[in-house]
Write a new protein. Sequence first.
Length: 305
Amino acid sequence: MTGGRLQDHQRVDCLVIGGGPAGLTAALYLARFRLAVQVIDRGAGRAASIPRTRNYPGFPDGIIGHDLVQRIGEQAVRYGARIANAEVATVERAGDVFQCRTSNGLIEASAVILATGIRDIRPPIDDKLHDAALAARLIRYCPICDGFEVTGRRVAVMGCGAHAVREAIFIRSYTDDVTVLAWDGATVLDDAQRASLARAGITVVDGAVASARMLHDKLILATDCGELAFDAVYPALGAQVASRIAQDLGARVDDDGYLYVDEHQRTGVPRLYAIGDVVAGLNQISRAVGQAATAATALRNELLA
Ligand SMILES: Cc1cc2nc3c(=O)[nH]c(=O)nc-3n(C[C@H](O)[C@H](O)[C@H](O)COP(=O)(O)OP(=O)(O)OC[C@H]3O[C@@H](n4cnc5c(N)ncnc54)[C@H](O)[C@@H]3O)c2cc1C
């Protein structure tokens, strides 16, 4: 990320909270509209964790997530956007202005674009092992993104209920060796879900997973049914949606905390927009950057009307 220091107190046309593909693309557009834009990002976003994305257009050999984020940031800075590494704690409305408290000072903004994303709920394994397995593509989080890469491989979906069933059946279109397993006990699946999995030829392992380790190019899980080796494991444990700042301002969310927006990415709170994974819908980079273009253009027209 192209980082900079935040001045103690500043006033901008737009504060963008979150510096993933969504927030940085919005900043690029706003800067090119000659508006004063500040991005605040605390780092460790989802895009930055992608070992190599292969479905984002324009990169036939794929691109490392961190490099993609870095490039969009550099492009935004070239046109005058400012980016700082910090965390936005609260945003309050004071008349026409948003007062944004960050870990690095106060910012006043005429408008706010929320691009804070989500955090995947990780399986309870040691952080170091998790990150090594993610980098080695043994743990994966997004079958829409990389299901193609597990074609014909031995794959596990770790989770329960409708989410795990949906994900397992999706992955089944790439490989006939799919197992659903629960990390910490009997898989919670009702009869109809078990029947759907059985019809799709998907194995269900009921029982605790005691430990995990990497061995060569496999992730080995010790379960009540013995040790099982997989080429890829997809946790399907849900996500924490980073929508609290918008909710505190009165924006509406669905049952999982994803924000509702209109066709211009407006949340319903005047001059508060939301883009990317934090918005209900498909969690993909292409959607995030498309929403960023829409939001930035609508905001430009609103501010300069
Ligand atoms: C392992 C993995 C692989 C994936 N592969 C692909 C793929 O191949 N293709 C694809 O299209 N999608 C892929 N995705 C999904 C993709 O990463 C997301 O759709 C995309 O990153 C969404 O962009 P975003 O800007 O909304 O969120 P993010 O990239 O998550 O960025 C959000 C940023 O906001 C910051 N933030 C949050 N709250 C605050 C705050 N209060 N103050 C300051 N900063 C804050 C976060 O720290 C983060 O840096 C993958 C996801 C994962 C986890």
